[in-house]
Design a protein around this ligand. Structure first.
Ligand code: GLC
Length: 714
């Protein structure tokens, strides 16, 4: 028998050796993370003595105290792993670096920026004795009524997989040192497809559609070595994910294969009884959850006694229990927790200048110019007084978005609201800024209109900062309408009457149906939830210091009734139009303006006829900056499988690259298209490369693809 404490053995050998020594109580203790905030300190210490293997949302000294207890006061001294929702920065520390939300950062289409964000967040989380984040979200966000759209990378499986895998790599960084944390790919699977956009209901998707559309992002997570996966709240085709053996154990763990473990979402075992009603007691719910493939059971204390009873009565397969505990122990060995349970980076890393610089870099790339009649960049010779108006101009909580808890209220030096950023930049050129809130986000009332209109009349330019807020985004917060809430549009209509130019800056957690605004504003800058330095980045764009490069990762519907309106739909033939609205989205996937213009030419492919053995096709094109200022273009490569044995999406993103170009400069951009990305999930659920034509297109958005050629699978 090897000594599991000896680091010369592999994590697999050590985990197996340790597992063989464990009692049933010690095994079950490893399988059930509990949230510290719902326990007294004494209860938490008691659980640590009983061998609880993981806690949620506890950091710093409290975490270290539990760790000392686990190591020094239990028979085997198995270290605890501490987890947190660090979704776009270290949410539980108000002095940490808060990045834009995933949906916001997705506008950057920047893999390297995502990796850097992961590195910064992981380092700061480890400073607080935490080892694991429940992030990134790999859900597809295309029903914009859903409350958690802000947590996704948008509507496209390819973009989600690429950016998510990059953040996973940034978080984990091969566990080379004490700045690395375990990532968690969530929420498995098709959580965002809950019927009607309602949170945690039933997702009516077939296994074929799961395999074709929703599984690929998780496959990229697994390929990136993601250590953990989270089972979603909802059900698929009437089977709760938590008891969905087919999709969880057979598809994810056995077919895709994950080197790590699966954790349920919050109290999912309890939900089987209380909400989804597929079990009527904790023993039954625990048994089906283990059998389905869940290795860790989040926040269900009853799981402990229920599972010990199941084991005693031989009602649960001990092979599953042992496999779960093996996976958890192996992850702890892989992270080096047995050797360095208290190891952490220096606290000076938290929100250090280097980290803030990374945040600012990705934030500058994470804003999309949706409209501009020439009013931007601001002409600082003509414009000498600016009226900043709107409920989100000076609201950090709205700007930070979901999962940033107290951070928004932390009084930290780098935090910059839209108003603060605009004021600071305007001051550099002697422009006066006046600010009036004008109205609330949702509360009715126009008492602030007069002061806002007066300020507007006295100014040369209005910057209106509108949108939504935390009460309309997140869990339990789906919306049946998607208009600008409250009196905001009414206020904009009054401001429009002043005949002053209006720049609308949007601060919102999801696409909103800004139809009137699209017609009547002089410019619109979409910033979603831009995080700690959003005001700085927005001001740099408004004043022309930064040329906007963001593109939309999600389509904007014209009305909630049009949802879903994602670009990669399956064709129909009764026109797909509604009689009472214009066709297509208000703003399409991949769209975004710049202060310059770009021209595409010379599309070429490495093969016009290919087989699976070719492995990949190289697609190249030329891009020229035909304007007067330097800029960055997010070049996009799409395919269209012309004929399939099952219907094919009208368009599929399969490549994107950021290209920096000086005025007049031309470069060649190259996309690598793996043949694997051209395969179809056929009716028998097998993936196959089907013979026939594939159209290859390159351009600046899903509706602007000037270059096209056809290649043929033979
Ligand atoms: C929440 C969320 C999940 C999060 C978990 C732990 O309810 O659904 O995304 O990671 O609980 O906080």
């Amino acid at each position: 028998m090897i000594d599991y404490k000896d680091p010369k053995y592999t994590s697999t050998e050590r985990a197996n050796a340790l597992l063989s020594l464990m009692t049933n109580e010690e095994k079950v203790g490893q399988m059930m993370p509990l949230a510290y905030k719902f326990m007294t300190r004494e209860e938490a210490l008691e659980w640590a003595k009983k061998g609880l293997g993981s806690y949620l949302h506890v950091l710093g000294d409290n975490a270290d105290e539990l760790q000392r207890t686990a190591i020094n006061e239990t028979r085997l001294g198995i270290p605890i792993i501490f987890g947190i929702d660090c979704i776009h920065g270290h949410a539980l520390n108000e002095y940490a670096t808060v990045f834009p939300t995933q949906l916001t950062m997705a506008q950057s289409f920047d893999r390297e920026a995502m990796r850097k964000c992961g590195r910064v967040s992981a380092t700061e989380v480890r400073c607080d004795s935490l080892h694991w984040t429940f992030s990134p979200v790999f859900c597809i966000g295309r029903d914009t009524r859903w409350g958690r759209i802000n947590e996704t990378f948008g509507e496209d499986p390819y973009l989600i997989g690429e950016l998510g895998a990059a953040i996973v790599d940034g978080y984990q960084n091969n566990f080379v040192d004490n700045s690395c944390i375990m990532a968690c790919a969530k929420h498995y699977i098709a959580y965002g497809e809950s019927v009607g956009g309602r949170d945690a209901y039933d997702s009516m998707v077939s296994e074929r559609m799961i395999r074709e559309t929703f599984l690929p992002p998780f496959q990229k997570a697994a390929k990136a070595g993601c250590k953990t996966y989270m089972t979603g709240y909802q059900s698929v085709d009437g089977v709760p994910m938590n008891s969905n053996r087919r999709l969880l154990r057979e598809v994810l763990k056995e077919e895709v294969g994950v080197d790590g473990f699966v954790i349920t979402d919050w109290a999912n075992v309890r939900s089987l009884i209380e909400n989804q009603k597929v079990c009527d007691n904790f023993e039954d719910a625990s048994r089906v959850s283990i059998d389905a493939g869940n290795d860790m059971i989040m926040q269900t204390e009853e799981f402990y006694d229920a599972t010990l009873k199941l084991i005693e009565n031989g009602q649960v397969d001990m092979k599953h229990i042992d496999d779960s505990v093996f996976r958890i122990l192996k992850a702890k060995f892989d992270m080096g927790l047995f050797e360095h349970p208290f190891d952490k980076p220096d606290r000076s890393k938290i929100c250090c200048d280097e980290h803030v610089a990374v945040d600012l870099e990705v934030t500058r790339e994470s804003m999309t110019l949706l409209k501009n009649d020439g009013v931007l960049p601001i002409n600082t010779k003509k414009i000498r007084k600016i009226a900043v108006i709107g409920p989100n101009a000076d609201d950090l909580e709205a700007q930070y978005g979901d999962w940033s808890c107290g951070a928004a209220n932390g009084h930290r030096k780098p935090a910059t609201s839209m108003l603060k950023g605009i004021k600071k930049r305007a001051k550099k050129v002697g422009i006066e800024v006046i600010y009036k809130k004008g109205c609330d986000i949702e509360k009715p009332g126009k008492r602030g209109f007069d002061a806002a209109i007066k300020a507007a009349k006295e100014s040369d330019l209005i910057i209106a900062v509108m949108g939504d807020y935390i009460e309309l985004n997140g869990e339990y917060k789906s919306r049946a309408t998607l208009d600008l809430p409250g009196e905001q549009t009414a206020l904009l209509m009054e401001l429009k009457k002043t005949k002053k130019p209006i720049v609308l800056v949007m601060v919102n957690g999801k696409p909103l149906c800004i139809n009137w605004e699209a017609e009547n504003m002089n410019a619109i800058l979409e910033t979603f939830n831009s995080g700690m330095v959003g005001g700085t980045a927005a001001a740099e764009i408004l004043f022309g210091d930064v040329n906007p490069s963001g593109k939309l990762p999600i389509s904007f519907p014209r009305t909630a009734g049009q949802v879903p309106v994602h670009y990669n739909y399956l064709p129909g033939w009764h026109g797909g139009k509604y009689k009472d609205i214009e066709e297509g989205p208000l703003y399409p996937f991949g769209f975004g303006l710049s202060y310059t213009t770009f021209e595409y030419s010379d599309l070429s492919v490495s093969k016009t006829e290919f087989t699976e053995a070719d492995g990949e096709i190289i697609v190249t094109a030329k891009i020229k900056n035909t304007g007067k200022v330097k800029g960055t273009e997010i070049a996009q490569m799409y395919i269209h499988d012309v004929v399939g044995t099952v219907m094919r999406p009208v368009l599929e993103l399969k490549g994107f690259e950021r290209v920096d170009l000086d005025a007049g400069e031309e470069k060649t951009v190259s996309f690598t298209l793996p043949i694997e990305e051209l395969k179809v999930v056929e009716q028998n659920l097998e993936k196959a490369l089907e013979k026939g034509d594939f159209e290859i297109m390159v351009g600046g958005s899903s509706v602007d693809l000037p270059l096209m050629t056809t290649i043929k699978a033979v």
